[in-house]
Design a protein around this ligand. Structure first.
Ligand code: GTP
Length: 370
């Protein structure tokens, strides 16, 4: 079965983590998000995957190659300029000959794709849209359906009280390729504001597929941290990398932990991590490969990408740290701070309140204190 993945977006809301890599390559517990997703698709028999690309396509292509190593066949199509969601699928129309799945590639979910496909076929739908309930639908695309599941109305970012449901478009669709004849070629075009309203107007059979599965989009730093909290907390059925060292502690090969360090799960320690004396690493935390945590440092509720150097007495809480970042002695990161790849935070800086440091930046010692 074929699946089309939309991987062309710039991931602007997740910057600076997406300055050097596209959102689908952002690591989830030390594996690129897309690798996690490909594994899930394969489990549901989707083994021919077309990637609609735009932003930094080579970062994806060089990692996955033809897909064989990951048990799937990958086809890459790069857009000269962004075509939007339905525009991107129109662009690969010639590769689609049968019912297929379309995926936004920034969602972690355990949606039952097999059951969704069955429902699509049983109802004779042209399009089936996965729906998920959210507490506050005002920043999403709400989809109202009739009792039989047929889509009745789309409301983009409804005002409070405007929508009669909290079910939103979950970014996964089953599609009959013939509907792409309604999409103009070579222009920017979106499912939510273009193709779906057109289908609704024509009265074509378009159904919602609501489910209470786990669902989150990883599109902002805050949600990126939440995904890790949920994943390490066991709310998502996904294997964690490495061997289980103890209660909630997963370590890949070559990890060295000083006997006086205190590790409190759930924690994932990437290959070759070194944890210094009296350091405290507290879950939910993920350290990428070859991270060094200095003596008496505290890392808690954090996601740290590979090759980070965390100095003595550094504190990282509820924050995300990019690849090869250097945090000098006594630096302090709390409250949703995001540090881009290769940045250097000098000693005794205090970063708080969601501060974002761009890749490669250097903060001289003691520049920021509160
Ligand atoms: P933001 O810039 O933070 O909004 O992120 P984004 O544009 O990367 O993601 P958004 O949530 O807006 O888009 C949903 C999905 O569609 C993501 O998987 C994007 O990669 C993808 N996408 C968005 N625009 C395009 C496009 O023009 N072409 C392709 N091929 N994919 C797109």
């Amino acid at each position: 079965m074929k699946g089309v993945m939309l991987v062309g977006g710039e991931g602007t809301r997740l910057r600076p983590l997406t300055c050097n890599i596209p959102k689908p390559m952002v690591p989830i517990a030390n594996r690129p998000f897309l690798e996690v997703m490909i594994g899930q698709l394969k489990a549901h028999g989707i083994d021919e995957i077309i990637l609609c690309m735009g932003y930094l396509p080579d970062k994806i292509r060089s990692y996955f190659g033809d897909g064989r190593e990951f048990g799937v066949r990958l086809t890459y199509v790069v857009e000269a300029s962004p075509l939007g969601t339905s525009g991107a699928v129109k662009n690969v129309e010639q590769l689609l000959d049968d019912t297929c799945f379309i995926f936004n590639a920034d969602i972690i979910t355990d949606l039952d794709l097999t059951a969704m496909l069955r429902s699509h076929r049983e109802r004779g739908a042209k399009v089936t849209i996965a729906l998920t309930p959210v507490e506050d639908p005002t920043s999403y695309g709400v989809v109202e359906t009739a009792a039989d599941g047929r889509v009745r109305r789309f409301i983009e970012k409804p005002a409070p009280g405007e929508a009669t449901t909290n079910l939103i478009n979950a970014g996964t669709y089953v599609l009959e390729p013939e509907v792409l004849s309604l999409v103009p070629p070579g222009v920017f075009h979106m499912f939510e504001r273009g193709l779906f309203p057109d289908l609704l107007q024509r009265g074509d059979p378009m159904f919602g597929y609501p489910s209470r599965c786990y669902w989150i989009d990883i599109g902002t730093p805050q949600r990126y941290l939440t995904v890790h909290r949920d994943l390490l907390g066991g709310q998502v059925a996904m294997a964690l990398p490495g061997a289980k060292l103890g209660d909630g502690i997963w370590a890949e090969e070559g990890v060295r932990i000083d006997p006086t360090a205190q590790i409190t799960g759930p924690v994932v320690l990437g290959r070759g991590c070194v944890i210094g004396g009296q350091a405290r690493v507290t879950g939910p935390t993920v350290l990428g490969a070859n991270c060094e945590v200095g003596a008496e440092a505290t890392v808690e509720g954090a996601v740290v990408w590979r090759n980070a150097r965390i100095g003595q007495r550094v504190v990282i809480r509820s924050s995300a740290v990019g690849e090869g970042v250097c945090l000098a002695e006594g630096a302090w990161l709390t409250g949703g701070v995001v540090v881009g790849d290769g940045a250097c935070i000098g000693a005794d800086n205090r970063l708080e309140h969601g501060a974002r440091i761009w890749p490669g930046k250097t903060l001289e010692p003691g520049t920021l204190t509160f």
